[in-house]
Design a protein around this ligand. Structure first.
Ligand SMILES: *[C@@H]1O[C@H](CO)[C@@H](O)[C@H](O)[C@H]1NC(C)=O
Ligand SMILES: *[C@@H]1O[C@H](CO)[C@@H](O)[C@H](O)[C@H]1NC(C)=O
Length: 355
Protein backbone atom coordinates (compact mmCIF):
# COMPACT_ATOMS: atom_id res chain seq x y z
CA UNK A 1 0.00 0.00 0.00
CA UNK A 2 2.85 2.32 0.69
CA UNK A 3 4.06 1.74 -2.80
CA UNK A 4 0.60 2.30 -4.19
CA UNK A 5 0.02 5.48 -2.21
CA UNK A 6 3.32 6.95 -3.17
CA UNK A 7 2.78 5.88 -6.71
CA UNK A 8 -0.56 7.64 -6.87
CA UNK A 9 1.00 10.65 -5.28
CA UNK A 10 3.63 10.53 -7.99
CA UNK A 11 0.90 10.33 -10.57
CA UNK A 12 -0.69 13.49 -9.31
CA UNK A 13 2.44 15.42 -8.58
CA UNK A 14 3.73 14.59 -12.03
CA UNK A 15 0.42 15.56 -13.53
CA UNK A 16 0.37 12.15 -15.08
CA UNK A 17 -3.38 12.08 -15.12
CA UNK A 18 -2.90 13.42 -18.60
CA UNK A 19 -6.56 14.11 -19.15
CA UNK A 20 -6.81 17.86 -19.02
CA UNK A 21 -7.24 20.52 -21.63
CA UNK A 22 -3.95 21.35 -23.31
CA UNK A 23 -3.17 24.26 -25.58
CA UNK A 24 -1.27 23.50 -28.76
CA UNK A 25 0.48 26.11 -30.87
CA UNK A 26 2.08 26.05 -34.31
CA UNK A 27 -0.31 23.47 -35.66
CA UNK A 28 -0.41 24.79 -39.21
CA UNK A 29 -2.12 27.39 -41.40
CA UNK A 30 -4.15 29.60 -39.12
CA UNK A 31 -4.84 32.96 -40.80
CA UNK A 32 -7.23 34.28 -38.13
CA UNK A 33 -5.35 32.96 -35.10
CA UNK A 34 -7.88 30.48 -33.77
CA UNK A 35 -6.75 28.88 -30.51
CA UNK A 36 -6.24 25.12 -30.39
CA UNK A 37 -7.04 23.21 -27.22
CA UNK A 38 -6.99 19.44 -27.08
CA UNK A 39 -8.44 16.90 -24.69
CA UNK A 40 -6.81 13.51 -24.96
CA UNK A 41 -8.26 10.94 -22.55
CA UNK A 42 -5.90 8.64 -20.68
CA UNK A 43 -7.37 5.73 -22.57
CA UNK A 44 -7.74 5.99 -26.32
CA UNK A 45 -9.45 3.87 -28.90
CA UNK A 46 -7.03 2.53 -31.47
CA UNK A 47 -6.86 4.50 -33.61
CA UNK A 48 -8.66 7.29 -31.76
CA UNK A 49 -11.55 9.07 -33.48
CA UNK A 50 -11.50 12.85 -33.46
CA UNK A 51 -14.26 15.23 -32.40
CA UNK A 52 -14.17 19.01 -32.90
CA UNK A 53 -16.38 20.75 -30.31
CA UNK A 54 -17.14 24.40 -31.13
CA UNK A 55 -18.34 26.80 -28.44
CA UNK A 56 -21.09 29.43 -28.49
CA UNK A 57 -20.66 33.23 -28.62
CA UNK A 58 -18.87 34.61 -25.53
CA UNK A 59 -17.89 31.03 -24.83
CA UNK A 60 -14.43 29.57 -24.92
CA UNK A 61 -12.68 26.27 -25.39
CA UNK A 62 -12.48 25.91 -21.61
CA UNK A 63 -16.15 26.75 -21.04
CA UNK A 64 -17.30 24.27 -23.66
CA UNK A 65 -14.93 21.64 -22.27
CA UNK A 66 -16.36 22.12 -18.77
CA UNK A 67 -20.00 22.67 -19.64
CA UNK A 68 -20.83 19.94 -22.13
CA UNK A 69 -21.01 16.14 -21.90
CA UNK A 70 -18.42 15.50 -24.61
CA UNK A 71 -15.49 15.19 -22.27
CA UNK A 72 -16.94 12.33 -20.25
CA UNK A 73 -18.06 10.62 -23.45
CA UNK A 74 -14.56 11.03 -24.85
CA UNK A 75 -13.25 9.31 -21.71
CA UNK A 76 -15.74 6.50 -22.15
CA UNK A 77 -15.00 5.87 -25.81
CA UNK A 78 -11.38 6.96 -26.11
CA UNK A 79 -12.00 9.89 -28.45
CA UNK A 80 -9.67 12.88 -28.84
CA UNK A 81 -11.55 16.18 -28.65
CA UNK A 82 -10.34 19.44 -30.16
CA UNK A 83 -11.89 22.52 -28.56
CA UNK A 84 -11.09 25.45 -30.84
CA UNK A 85 -11.18 28.92 -29.29
CA UNK A 86 -12.61 31.78 -31.36
CA UNK A 87 -10.20 34.67 -31.93
CA UNK A 88 -12.92 37.33 -32.03
CA UNK A 89 -13.23 39.37 -28.83
CA UNK A 90 -16.94 38.56 -28.62
CA UNK A 91 -16.20 34.88 -28.78
CA UNK A 92 -18.27 34.34 -31.93
CA UNK A 93 -17.02 32.36 -34.88
CA UNK A 94 -16.35 33.81 -38.31
CA UNK A 95 -19.13 32.18 -40.27
CA UNK A 96 -19.68 35.14 -42.59
CA UNK A 97 -16.57 35.77 -44.71
CA UNK A 98 -16.09 34.35 -48.17
CA UNK A 99 -12.84 32.86 -46.96
CA UNK A 100 -14.39 30.86 -44.14
CA UNK A 101 -17.19 29.70 -46.44
CA UNK A 102 -14.78 28.44 -49.11
CA UNK A 103 -12.70 25.28 -49.06
CA UNK A 104 -9.08 25.96 -48.07
CA UNK A 105 -9.52 29.72 -48.55
CA UNK A 106 -8.96 30.95 -44.99
CA UNK A 107 -11.04 32.26 -42.12
CA UNK A 108 -11.72 30.52 -38.82
CA UNK A 109 -12.81 27.36 -40.61
CA UNK A 110 -9.37 26.81 -42.13
CA UNK A 111 -7.69 27.26 -38.74
CA UNK A 112 -9.93 24.56 -37.28
CA UNK A 113 -9.27 22.25 -40.22
CA UNK A 114 -5.54 22.75 -39.70
CA UNK A 115 -6.03 21.46 -36.15
CA UNK A 116 -7.72 18.36 -37.51
CA UNK A 117 -4.93 17.77 -40.02
CA UNK A 118 -2.37 18.25 -37.24
CA UNK A 119 -4.16 15.77 -34.96
CA UNK A 120 -4.27 13.17 -37.72
CA UNK A 121 -0.57 13.62 -38.45
CA UNK A 122 0.70 13.96 -34.90
CA UNK A 123 -1.66 12.01 -32.65
CA UNK A 124 -2.53 9.18 -34.99
CA UNK A 125 -6.19 10.24 -35.02
CA UNK A 126 -8.38 8.28 -37.41
CA UNK A 127 -8.88 10.37 -40.58
CA UNK A 128 -11.97 8.30 -41.34
CA UNK A 129 -13.68 9.20 -38.09
CA UNK A 130 -13.53 12.96 -37.76
CA UNK A 131 -16.67 14.72 -36.52
CA UNK A 132 -17.79 18.17 -35.43
CA UNK A 133 -20.38 19.31 -32.91
CA UNK A 134 -21.21 22.85 -31.88
CA UNK A 135 -23.67 25.09 -30.11
CA UNK A 136 -25.18 28.37 -31.37
CA UNK A 137 -22.27 30.15 -33.10
CA UNK A 138 -20.49 26.80 -32.87
CA UNK A 139 -23.50 25.20 -34.56
CA UNK A 140 -23.16 27.73 -37.35
CA UNK A 141 -19.49 26.74 -37.59
CA UNK A 142 -20.56 23.09 -37.71
CA UNK A 143 -22.71 23.89 -40.74
CA UNK A 144 -19.76 25.79 -42.27
CA UNK A 145 -17.28 22.97 -41.73
CA UNK A 146 -19.63 20.29 -43.04
CA UNK A 147 -20.34 22.44 -46.09
CA UNK A 148 -16.83 23.64 -46.95
CA UNK A 149 -14.80 20.63 -45.78
CA UNK A 150 -16.79 17.52 -46.71
CA UNK A 151 -13.49 15.77 -47.37
CA UNK A 152 -12.34 16.24 -43.76
CA UNK A 153 -15.44 15.49 -41.71
CA UNK A 154 -17.62 12.41 -41.62
CA UNK A 155 -20.45 13.99 -39.67
CA UNK A 156 -21.73 17.10 -37.91
CA UNK A 157 -24.25 17.87 -35.18
CA UNK A 158 -25.46 21.46 -34.83
CA UNK A 159 -27.31 22.66 -31.71
CA UNK A 160 -29.31 25.80 -32.46
CA UNK A 161 -27.45 27.16 -35.46
CA UNK A 162 -28.19 28.50 -38.94
CA UNK A 163 -27.64 27.07 -42.44
CA UNK A 164 -24.31 27.17 -44.23
CA UNK A 165 -23.90 30.65 -45.72
CA UNK A 166 -26.82 32.23 -43.85
CA UNK A 167 -24.55 34.65 -42.00
CA UNK A 168 -22.58 35.61 -45.14
CA UNK A 169 -22.02 39.34 -45.44
CA UNK A 170 -19.88 42.15 -44.14
CA UNK A 171 -20.37 41.76 -40.41
CA UNK A 172 -19.76 39.08 -37.80
CA UNK A 173 -23.38 39.07 -36.67
CA UNK A 174 -26.12 38.86 -39.29
CA UNK A 175 -29.40 40.03 -37.76
CA UNK A 176 -31.39 39.26 -40.88
CA UNK A 177 -30.39 35.61 -40.71
CA UNK A 178 -30.60 35.43 -36.92
CA UNK A 179 -34.18 36.65 -37.03
CA UNK A 180 -35.16 34.07 -39.60
CA UNK A 181 -35.57 36.51 -42.48
CA UNK A 182 -33.05 34.91 -44.79
CA UNK A 183 -35.32 32.53 -46.61
CA UNK A 184 -34.30 30.72 -49.79
CA UNK A 185 -35.21 27.60 -51.72
CA UNK A 186 -33.54 24.29 -50.99
CA UNK A 187 -31.86 24.55 -54.40
CA UNK A 188 -30.38 27.96 -53.50
CA UNK A 189 -29.20 26.77 -50.10
CA UNK A 190 -27.76 23.62 -51.64
CA UNK A 191 -25.99 25.66 -54.34
CA UNK A 192 -24.20 27.61 -51.61
CA UNK A 193 -22.85 24.38 -50.16
CA UNK A 194 -21.82 22.99 -53.54
CA UNK A 195 -20.10 26.28 -54.44
CA UNK A 196 -17.98 26.09 -51.29
CA UNK A 197 -15.98 23.23 -52.77
CA UNK A 198 -16.95 22.79 -56.42
CA UNK A 199 -14.41 20.05 -57.06
CA UNK A 200 -15.73 17.75 -54.37
CA UNK A 201 -17.12 14.47 -55.68
CA UNK A 202 -16.94 12.25 -52.60
CA UNK A 203 -19.55 11.14 -50.12
CA UNK A 204 -20.80 14.05 -48.05
CA UNK A 205 -20.68 13.92 -44.24
CA UNK A 206 -23.88 13.11 -42.42
CA UNK A 207 -25.61 15.92 -40.62
CA UNK A 208 -27.88 16.33 -37.61
CA UNK A 209 -29.50 19.65 -36.64
CA UNK A 210 -31.30 20.58 -33.41
CA UNK A 211 -33.41 23.64 -32.63
CA UNK A 212 -35.90 24.94 -30.07
CA UNK A 213 -39.26 26.31 -31.15
CA UNK A 214 -38.97 29.15 -28.60
CA UNK A 215 -35.55 30.35 -29.77
CA UNK A 216 -35.58 34.15 -29.96
CA UNK A 217 -31.83 34.53 -30.60
CA UNK A 218 -31.61 32.38 -33.73
CA UNK A 219 -35.22 32.12 -34.79
CA UNK A 220 -36.57 28.62 -35.47
CA UNK A 221 -37.10 29.54 -39.13
CA UNK A 222 -33.39 28.77 -39.39
CA UNK A 223 -34.22 25.17 -38.56
CA UNK A 224 -36.59 25.05 -41.54
CA UNK A 225 -33.88 26.59 -43.74
CA UNK A 226 -31.34 24.02 -42.54
CA UNK A 227 -33.79 21.25 -43.42
CA UNK A 228 -34.21 22.72 -46.90
CA UNK A 229 -30.46 23.01 -47.33
CA UNK A 230 -29.35 19.59 -46.24
CA UNK A 231 -32.23 17.68 -47.82
CA UNK A 232 -31.24 19.40 -51.06
CA UNK A 233 -27.56 18.57 -50.63
CA UNK A 234 -28.41 14.90 -50.04
CA UNK A 235 -31.17 14.90 -52.64
CA UNK A 236 -33.65 13.75 -50.01
CA UNK A 237 -37.35 14.48 -50.06
CA UNK A 238 -38.32 17.36 -47.79
CA UNK A 239 -40.92 14.99 -46.39
CA UNK A 240 -39.31 12.96 -43.62
CA UNK A 241 -39.08 9.21 -44.12
CA UNK A 242 -39.68 8.73 -40.43
CA UNK A 243 -40.90 10.96 -37.63
CA UNK A 244 -40.26 10.01 -34.02
CA UNK A 245 -42.14 11.92 -31.34
CA UNK A 246 -40.81 12.46 -27.82
CA UNK A 247 -37.38 11.48 -29.10
CA UNK A 248 -34.91 11.65 -27.48
CA UNK A 249 -36.78 13.68 -24.85
CA UNK A 250 -40.37 14.63 -24.15
CA UNK A 251 -41.46 17.34 -26.56
CA UNK A 252 -38.66 16.66 -29.03
CA UNK A 253 -39.55 15.43 -32.52
CA UNK A 254 -36.92 13.72 -34.62
CA UNK A 255 -37.46 13.81 -38.38
CA UNK A 256 -35.29 11.38 -40.31
CA UNK A 257 -34.89 12.26 -43.97
CA UNK A 258 -32.38 9.53 -44.76
CA UNK A 259 -29.28 7.94 -43.28
CA UNK A 260 -27.29 11.14 -43.75
CA UNK A 261 -29.65 13.78 -42.43
CA UNK A 262 -31.98 14.17 -39.49
CA UNK A 263 -33.48 17.17 -37.72
CA UNK A 264 -34.72 17.40 -34.15
CA UNK A 265 -37.16 20.13 -33.13
CA UNK A 266 -37.57 20.76 -29.41
CA UNK A 267 -41.01 22.08 -28.49
CA UNK A 268 -40.91 25.05 -26.13
CA UNK A 269 -37.13 25.05 -25.83
CA UNK A 270 -35.36 28.37 -26.26
CA UNK A 271 -31.82 29.23 -27.25
CA UNK A 272 -30.10 26.86 -26.97
CA UNK A 273 -31.05 23.19 -26.99
CA UNK A 274 -28.91 21.45 -24.33
CA UNK A 275 -26.30 19.24 -25.95
CA UNK A 276 -27.46 15.63 -26.10
CA UNK A 277 -24.06 14.00 -25.95
CA UNK A 278 -25.13 10.36 -26.04
CA UNK A 279 -27.37 11.04 -28.99
CA UNK A 280 -24.57 12.79 -30.87
CA UNK A 281 -22.12 9.96 -30.20
CA UNK A 282 -24.69 7.41 -31.35
CA UNK A 283 -25.41 9.38 -34.55
CA UNK A 284 -21.68 9.51 -35.30
CA UNK A 285 -21.19 5.86 -34.41
CA UNK A 286 -18.65 6.89 -31.80
CA UNK A 287 -20.33 4.65 -29.24
CA UNK A 288 -19.21 1.76 -31.47
CA UNK A 289 -15.56 2.66 -31.01
CA UNK A 290 -13.28 -0.15 -29.98
CA UNK A 291 -12.65 -0.33 -26.26
CA UNK A 292 -10.19 2.30 -25.20
CA UNK A 293 -6.80 0.90 -24.34
CA UNK A 294 -4.90 1.78 -21.22
CA UNK A 295 -2.04 4.18 -21.66
CA UNK A 296 0.97 1.91 -21.46
CA UNK A 297 4.36 1.23 -22.90
CA UNK A 298 2.60 0.51 -26.16
CA UNK A 299 1.43 4.08 -26.52
CA UNK A 300 2.57 5.38 -29.91
CA UNK A 301 5.41 7.84 -29.69
CA UNK A 302 3.41 10.44 -31.56
CA UNK A 303 0.76 10.62 -28.85
CA UNK A 304 3.28 11.95 -26.38
CA UNK A 305 3.69 15.09 -28.46
CA UNK A 306 0.57 16.75 -27.16
CA UNK A 307 1.42 16.35 -23.51
CA UNK A 308 5.14 16.89 -23.49
CA UNK A 309 4.94 20.41 -22.11
CA UNK A 310 3.09 19.48 -18.94
CA UNK A 311 2.83 15.76 -18.66
CA UNK A 312 5.85 13.55 -18.41
CA UNK A 313 4.20 10.30 -19.39
CA UNK A 314 6.95 8.42 -21.11
CA UNK A 315 7.59 4.89 -22.10
CA UNK A 316 9.23 4.39 -18.71
CA UNK A 317 6.05 5.20 -16.79
CA UNK A 318 4.67 1.90 -15.51
CA UNK A 319 0.99 2.62 -15.88
CA UNK A 320 -0.69 -0.73 -15.92
CA UNK A 321 -4.08 -2.16 -15.26
CA UNK A 322 -3.03 -2.85 -11.67
CA UNK A 323 -3.29 0.83 -10.89
CA UNK A 324 -6.85 1.90 -10.05
CA UNK A 325 -8.13 4.24 -12.75
CA UNK A 326 -7.86 7.88 -11.84
CA UNK A 327 -11.33 9.25 -11.59
CA UNK A 328 -11.80 12.34 -13.67
CA UNK A 329 -14.61 14.63 -12.57
CA UNK A 330 -17.26 14.46 -15.23
CA UNK A 331 -19.79 17.02 -16.25
CA UNK A 332 -23.36 16.04 -15.71
CA UNK A 333 -25.18 14.94 -18.78
CA UNK A 334 -27.22 17.60 -20.48
CA UNK A 335 -30.40 17.99 -18.47
CA UNK A 336 -33.67 17.18 -20.18
CA UNK A 337 -35.42 20.48 -19.86
CA UNK A 338 -34.92 23.95 -21.18
CA UNK A 339 -34.69 25.29 -17.67
CA UNK A 340 -31.22 23.82 -17.29
CA UNK A 341 -28.63 26.27 -16.06
CA UNK A 342 -26.51 25.69 -19.13
CA UNK A 343 -29.35 26.68 -21.37
CA UNK A 344 -29.98 29.88 -19.51
CA UNK A 345 -26.31 30.74 -19.61
CA UNK A 346 -26.07 30.12 -23.33
CA UNK A 347 -29.20 32.10 -23.95
CA UNK A 348 -28.06 35.08 -21.97
CA UNK A 349 -24.65 35.12 -23.55
CA UNK A 350 -25.84 34.69 -27.09
CA UNK A 351 -28.73 37.04 -26.59
CA UNK A 352 -26.29 39.71 -25.50
CA UNK A 353 -24.07 39.05 -28.46
CA UNK A 354 -26.96 39.32 -30.83
CA UNK A 355 -27.61 42.89 -29.91
C1 LIG B 1 -17.72 37.53 -51.46
O1 LIG B 1 -18.44 36.85 -52.46
C2 LIG B 1 -19.50 37.59 -53.00
C3 LIG B 1 -20.27 36.69 -53.90
O2 LIG B 1 -19.43 36.04 -54.80
C4 LIG B 1 -18.94 38.81 -53.71
O3 LIG B 1 -20.01 39.60 -54.22
C5 LIG B 1 -18.15 39.64 -52.72
O4 LIG B 1 -17.51 40.69 -53.37
C6 LIG B 1 -17.11 38.79 -52.04
N1 LIG B 1 -16.50 39.56 -50.98
C7 LIG B 1 -15.19 39.61 -50.82
C8 LIG B 1 -14.71 40.44 -49.68
O5 LIG B 1 -14.41 39.01 -51.53
C1 LIG C 1 -32.41 12.86 -56.86
O1 LIG C 1 -33.46 12.01 -56.48
C2 LIG C 1 -34.41 11.82 -57.50
C3 LIG C 1 -35.57 11.03 -56.93
O2 LIG C 1 -35.12 9.91 -56.23
C4 LIG C 1 -33.74 11.13 -58.68
O3 LIG C 1 -34.67 10.95 -59.73
C5 LIG C 1 -32.60 12.00 -59.16
O4 LIG C 1 -31.88 11.35 -60.19
C6 LIG C 1 -31.66 12.33 -58.03
N1 LIG C 1 -30.70 13.35 -58.47
C7 LIG C 1 -29.41 13.21 -58.28
C8 LIG C 1 -28.57 14.32 -58.76
O5 LIG C 1 -28.93 12.24 -57.75
Amino acid sequence: MVFLASYISLLFSAGAYAASLQQVTNFGTNPTNVGMYVYKPDKLASPPPLLVAAHYCTGSAQAYFSGTPFRSLADQYGVIVIYPNAPDSGGCWDVHTNATLTHNAGGDSLGIVSMVRYAISNYGADANRVFVVGTSSGAMMTNVLIGAYPDIFKGGSAFSGVPFGCFSGATLWNSQCAQGQRIMTGQQWGDLVRAAYPGFTGIRPKMQVWHGTADTTLYPQNFQEEVKQWTNVFNYSTTAQQTLTNNPLNGYTRSIYGDSFQAILAQGVGHTVPEQGNDVFTFFGLNQAASPTTVSTTVPVSTTTIITTTTPITTTTPITTTVPPVTVPTTTAAPPTSTAAGTVAHWGQCGGQGK
